[in-house]
Design a protein around this ligand. Structure first.
Ligand SMILES: Nc1ncnc2c1ncn2[C@@H]1O[C@H](COP(=O)(O)OP(=O)(O)O)[C@@H](O)[C@H]1O
Ligand SMILES: [Mg+2]
Length: 265
């Protein structure tokens, strides 16, 4: 792998206010331009991993390395907006750091919401708000975008459109993308690599290999097949990567020695 933007070795992280581990012995690395998706059940430590990788949570054990001066665009899982305070999208982008009109317009356009600059934040749909958050994360030209469940609350066409946008952002900016998702196979198709987490890394590899790994199926069963079909139907640009070839399936998955037999902590 090219020199990683962010890497972690042997990461064990406690639940806040507890000595119980939310994550145990996780190794991780993301290379420039890579799209990596973290999947796993609720409470499996996905947000904990993200926050430890960003340096917002100190690990009990292990080490996180970030490339010096790394520019990160981050959209946390929950973004609280006081809906009753009138604020335009443009003004929202200038908090907390004032930015120029050109920079704001470019970020909104890249996020597919170039026409929303003067709209009130409180009046946006869920999908529009997610794109505005993406635009804000794109300010400052990040080398890596970190998105924690960016499609929560969107309907399936909205989810599919969001991931197509993410792939486009990667193509246009070259930024690496680290995402947490519940959208399973939809997301997985947009990813170069998928990490299946359940308090530890159960398995990881290409989307196809993880999608058919026993550890993954044990956690998720057949859920997500409908969304996969939808994705393939709507996905009209070339997606014929090597790892999609049927003969490659099963070759690239890496299994954890203990699989997914135990839960976090
Ligand atoms: N602020 C918190 N206080 C106490 N426990 C927490 C807190 N945040 C997360 N946890 C616990 O840590 C574990 C991992 O949580 P989290 O990383 O948020 O999971 P995920 O993002 O996969 O749903 C869970 O057991 C959760 O209950
Ligand atoms: Mg979470």
């Amino acid at each position: 792998m090219k020199t990683a933007l962010i890497a972690a070795q042997g990461l064990t992280v406690d639940r806040p206010g507890s000595r119980e581990a939310a994550l145990t012995n996780v190794d991780f690395a993301i290379a420039p331009g890579e799209i990596v998706t973290v999947v796993g059940p609720n409470g499996s430590g996905k947000s904990t991993l993200i926050r430890a990788l960003l340096g917002n949570l100190a690990p009990r054990e292990g080490k996180v390395t970030r490339r010096p001066g790394l520019r990160i665009g981050y959209v946390p899982q929950r973004v609280q907006i006081e809906q009753s305070i009138p604020m335009t999208v443009r003004r929202f982008l200038s908090l907390p750091r004032r930015i120029g009109n050109d920079e704001a317009a470019a970020a909104l356009t890249r996020a597919g919401v170039g026409d929303l600059s003067d709209r009130s934040i409180g009046a946006l749909s869920g999908g529009q708000f997610q794109r505005v958050l993406l635009a804000r994360a794109l300010l400052g030209d990040p080398q890596i975008l970190v998105l924690d469940e960016p499609t929560q609350g969107l309907d399936q066409p909205g989810i599919v459109a969001f991931y197509q946008l993410i792939e486009q952002v990667r193509a246009e900016t070259g930024a690496a993308i680290l995402m947490v998702s519940h959208d399973l196979l939809v997301v997985m198709r947009a990813s170069d690599r998928v990490i299946c987490l359940n308090g530890h890394v159960c398995c990881e590899g290409t989307p196809q290999s993880v999608g058919s790994a026993p550890e993954y199926l044990a956690l998720f069963g057949g859920r997500g097949e409908g969304t996969l079909a939808l994705y393939q139907h709507q996905h009209n640009h070339d997606h014929d990567h090597l790892h999609d070839h049927p003969s490659q399936v099963h070759r690239h998955v890496q299994h954890s020695p203990d699989g997914c037999n135990h839960n976090a902590g």
